[in-house]
Design a protein around this ligand. Structure first.
Ligand code: NDP
Length: 307
């Protein structure tokens, strides 16, 4: 019987592990098959405090992992297949391993939706990005596109105008999904233009190793056209990694774990932190912050239970 199991190994999970291990609670962490999470797909991270020269996403995650191990976190390199939060102690299953525990911290994160093109995959981190806050800085004076018509796309487009020479919003319909306020802000920005009724058919530049443009497909006529660009930001939404928790915890209409009273979920003793419960900020530093909160909340809960 474990005090606490952490599911997920990004900045939220590692931070929770560091706090719990230092508190002597010997956490067990299931790190899944992409330890480090979304940060392992980014290159330079320049906005995580404490790294004046920047740090790469994989290096930052490796450092957090080492720190979690140093204080006695037990890390299992496997995915969790199922959980049972309906009965206590809670059950967490992975392969033929079954663990029982008093508390669980969910830190399974979210996944940025991709366009689904092979060229997008090959040029990811080489001009293709899913995070303007992370990578916008590298596009000073360049021409970029943002794909999507929601609030994230508008926010990213406006943010990118701080650096980019021009930002073209590419949307598959002729009306935005974004709120009126965000739409007005984007439309009022002289650096932003819109390409309506279009999807990205291909990201160009695979042979040169960096983005040189995109091929667009008109969704009404099927006509193909090309646009020269230095960067493409996909802003077509995120999906929280919560399939495992359906029927066990309250999820919101987008599938995010609902937390209240800080990091508590609908099941007392189960806590959630990081992007799996945050559609709004989605930053490494906010994920780490909520990871700390979840660890302290779990610690308090265990103390109340007399563990
Ligand atoms: P949304 O799901 O709201 O929007 C996704 C956009 O991407 C839609 O315009 C959609 O088109 C388009 N899209 C989806 N799949 C594809 C595809 N395969 N190819 C091309 N386009 C595609 O996601 P967001 O991330 O924008 O927002 C998520 C939530 O977070 C929303 O509730 C939003 O309001 C909120 N949010 C709030 C902010 C704020 O208040 N400051 C900032 C950012 C987000 P279509 O419209 O045709 O479906």
């Amino acid at each position: 019987m474990r005090h606490v199991i952490i599911i997920g190994a990004g900045p939220a999970g590692y931070t929770a592990a560091i706090y719990l291990a230092r508190a002597g609670l010997s956490p067990l962490m299931f790190e899944g098959d992409q330890p480090g999470g979304q940060l392992t797909t980014t290159t330079d991270v320049e906005n995580f405090p404490g790294f004046p020269e920047g740090v790469t996403g994989p290096d930052l995650m490796e450092a957090m992992r080492k720190q979690a191990l140093r204080f006695g976190t037990e890390i299992v390199s496997a995915r969790v297949d199922s959980v049972d939060f309906l009965e206590r102690p809670f059950t967490v299953k992975s392969g033929d391993r079954t663990e029982k525990c008093s508390t669980v911290i969910i830190a399974t994160g979210a996944t940025a939706k991709r366009l689904g093109l092979e060229s997008e995959r090959r040029l990811y981190g080489r001009g293709v990005s899913a995070c303007a806050t992370c990578d916008g800085f590298f596009f000073r004076g360049k021409d970029v596109a943002v794909v999507g018509g929601g609030d994230t796309a508008m926010e990213e487009a406006v943010f990118l105008t701080r650096f980019a020479n021009s930002v073209t919003v590419i949307h598959r319909r002729d009306a935005l999904r974004a709120s009126k306020a965000m739409e007005a802000k984007a439309k009022a920005n002289p650096k932003i233009r819109f390409r309506w009724n279009a999807t990205v058919d291909e990201v160009l530049g695979v042979e040169t190793g960096k983005v040189t443009g995109i091929r667009l497909k008109d969704t009404k006529t099927g006509e193909l056209s090309e646009m020269k660009l230095d960067g493409v930001f996909a802003a077509i939404g995120h999906e929280p990694n919560t399939a495992l928790f359906r029927g066990q915890l309250t999820l919101d209409h987008q599938g995010y774990v609902v937390t209240h009273q800080h990091t508590e979920t609908s099941v007392t003793g189960v806590f959630a932190c990081g992007d799996v419960q945050d559609a709004r900020y989605r930053q490494a530093v906010t994920a780490a912050g909520t990871g700390c909160m979840a660890a302290l909340d779990a610690q308090r809960y265990l103390a109340e239970q007399g563990s």
